[in-house]
Design a protein around this ligand. Structure first.
Ligand code: FES
Length: 151
């Protein structure tokens, strides 16, 4: 991937290229690209004058960072116990079928990323699917159609 170094510079400069600002810098880069491109992490390491392995270490330690490209729409299917017993596996299967990807992957057009999570704290309305920030309760495979309205 080609990264825009001037964009990265403006992010890094905002934090005055201080070592302690590595996490907010990575957060801003992820907000820009929806994930952390390898080239961007290498560039940050160079600019902060720290080993690349340190940047990769932070990026892989925090679950909120993604090293793989993510779609514009983030779909999380809850696979916690309460949702599982109410059929979340079938909901996930239908999403995988409709999107043509497996959980953890992103559609080739960069539109959707499908992921599983364990309990999003809304067990009473399970099975739950969270689309971006929006919770959808009592999900069924049939309701998946409405969720993916542009598919
Ligand atoms: S198990 Fe799905 S919200 Fe708790």
């Amino acid at each position: 991937m080609t990264i825009d170094e001037s964009k990265l510079d403006s992010i890094i400069n905002e934090y005055k290229a201080e070592l302690g600002s590595l996490i907010p810098i990575l957060q801003d880069i992820q907000a820009e690209y929806n994930y952390l491109p390898q080239e961007a992490m290498e560039y940050v390491a160079k600019k902060l004058v720290i080993p690349e392995v340190q940047v990769f270490g932070v990026a892989t330690f925090f679950k909120s960072f993604s090293l793989k490209p993510r779609g514009k729409q983030q779909i999380h299917v809850c696979m916690g116990t309460a949702c599982h017993v109410r059929g979340s596996k079938n909901v996930l299967g239908e999403l995988e079928r409709k999107l043509g990807i497996k959980a953890g992957d992103t559609t080739p057009d960069g539109e959707y990323t499908l992921e599983t999570v364990n309990c999003v704290g809304a067990c009473a309305i399970g099975p739950v699917v969270v689309e971006n920030e929006e919770y959808h309760g009592q999900m069924t495979p049939i309701k998946v159609e409405g969720l993916l309205n542009n598919r």
